[in-house]
Ligand binder design. Structure first.
Ligand SMILES: Cc1cc2nc3c(=O)[nH]c(=O)nc-3n(C[C@H](O)[C@H](O)[C@H](O)COP(=O)(O)OP(=O)(O)OC[C@H]3O[C@@H](n4cnc5c(N)ncnc54)[C@H](O)[C@@H]3O)c2cc1C
Length: 402
């Protein structure tokens, strides 16, 4: 048992593995050539099975109807689930829903919880999170243009968003909008509001095509427009001006979830790479894996995946013990480090497969398309590196401005 494990986790992981092997991997080849909505009915059957076996909502506390794993334990579940593109969805712990669930649990009113959170926890609906805008640099979101103006007991929202993951088919969006543009502190100008997607003035303009794949529903990224979109004032999460504070709370554990999911993808790709290296005959019984370059790649990938796992679990432990704010630098470090390990492992696994690697006959090309964004979303590499380096340089007496 590794130092980050527990008896409870050791008993849980084999059950997850069985679901992956018996219910999800067999569907994969067929699914690689279809949109998410086409495979959804079959996946919903698997969700039913997971509920029946009491494996549902592994990320939540027992008090909230979950399984009571801490972040270190859930990180390891997330790694295993990452071996299938449908793993997190089937266990109801997929982004962006997981972040929205945690946010609403922590900060929403009872009114919002009963209307939006409860069906989300049951898996009856999906949600999305709309912050980034096409006209403004997402890496510095204080410049956003969307406004929510209070009129009586409503807010009127106007603006544009894009890259709103899973908006297609979602029942509600958590929308970041400027409510207090005059606030002196620029981090206190925005708020978060729950907006049902059926509200008049909420328009899904398109699912953005990514690397040749538009996809739909859960696997989509939408462009949204809000035109005099009117929501009750009681849909505000927390207080006016809390938007960035809440976004930080949402992102900390979210980066652990993403990083561990990426490590799961690395392990799956590594497995495929090694199997191919061990069986691809270059002629006269000389196997690909007998070449030193391939051996170097395998050794380096192994070391970097293991290093990533320890870094992420160490960060998760710090969040569990002292909270997200105190672990801010570790969170930035794992975000860029693991995203780059993911790129490297995926690229090498594809290279080892030769032409086969870029076909849709293996899952590698799907992961390559879907995960290139890892170095961009939740803060691009460069921003996280800068955060880390500036803090280090402070210890050497250099104070830098952004
Ligand atoms: C797959 C995917 C899913 C997403 N899902 C969501 C979602 O559900 N909801 C949502 O609101 N948003 C989502 N986003 C948007 C994401 O958060 C933004 O793309 C991200 O914050 C970067 O903003 P930008 O695209 O506007 O890039 P910009 O801010 O324009 O930056 C462009 C590039 O400039 C460089 N750069 C930026 N700042 C600095 C700096 N300080 N120093 C050095 N270089 C810098 C980086 O290389 C960066 O990639 C998603 C994005 C992707 C790719």
């Amino acid at each position: 048992m590794n130092v980050f494990s527990s008896d409870k986790l050791e008993q849980f992981l084999p059950k997850v593995k069985t679901i992956l092997e018996e219910n999800l991997f067999p569907l994969e080849q067929a699914y690689l050539h279809q949109s998410f909505s086409a495979v959804e009915p079959e996946l919903n059957k698997v969700r039913g099975l997971i509920k029946e076996q009491d494996l549902w909502n592994p990320h939540l506390s027992e008090h909230h109807g979950g399984l009571g794993f801490n972040l270190v334990e859930f990180g390891q579940i997330s790694e295993l689930l990452g071996r299938s593109p449908y793993g997190h969805y089937c266990f109801n712990c997929n982004a962006p829903d997981i972040g929205n669930q945690e946010l609403l649990l922590g900060y929403a009113s009872e009114h919002i919880k009963s209307l939006f959170l409860e069906p989300l926890l049951k898996g009856d609906i999906r949600s999305c999170f709309a912050m980034t805008e096409p006209e403004f640099a997402g890496s510095n979101p204080v410049n956003m243009g969307t406004t929510a103006v209070k009129r009586g007991d409503h807010y009127i929202i106007n603006g544009r968003k894009w890259f709103t993951t899973s908006a297609d088919g979602a029942s509600f969006a958590i929308v970041m909008a400027n409510t207090n543009p005059g606030a002196e502190n620029k981090y206190q100008r925005a708020s978060m509001l729950v907006v049902p997607t059926t509200t008049k003035g909420f328009h899904l303009k398109r699912n953005i095509s990514i690397m040749g794949e538009p996809n739909d529903t859960y696997f989509s990224h939408a462009e949204l427009e809000f035109k005099d979109c009117k929501v009750p004032a009681k849909n505000l999460i927390g207080n006016e001006g809390d938007g960035f504070l809440l976004a930080q709370q949402r992102l900390g554990p979210g980066r652990i979830h993403h990083c561990m999911r990426w490590i799961g993808i690395c392990e799956r790709s590594f497995d495929l790479m090694c199997s191919r290296a061990a069986t691809r005959d270059l002629g006269n019984g000389t196997m690909l894996g007998s070449k030193q370059t391939i051996q170097n790649w395998i050794a380096e990938c192994r070391a970097e995946i293991d290093a990533s796992r320890y870094m992420v679990l160490h960060t998760a432990q710090k969040i569990d013990e002292v909270g997200t704010k105190a672990a801010r630098l570790e969170i930035s470090t794992i975000k860029f480090y693991v995203a780059n390990v993911l790129m490297k492992v995926l690229d090498r696994a594809i290279q080892v497969h030769g032409a086969l690697g870029i076909t849709d006959d293996t899952i590698l090309s799907f992961y390559y398309r879907h995960e290139r964004g890892a170095r961009i979303y939740d803060g691009p590499d460069e921003v996280h590196k800068s955060t880390l380096a500036r803090q280090i340089l402070k210890n050497y007496g250099l104070n830098t401005n952004r």
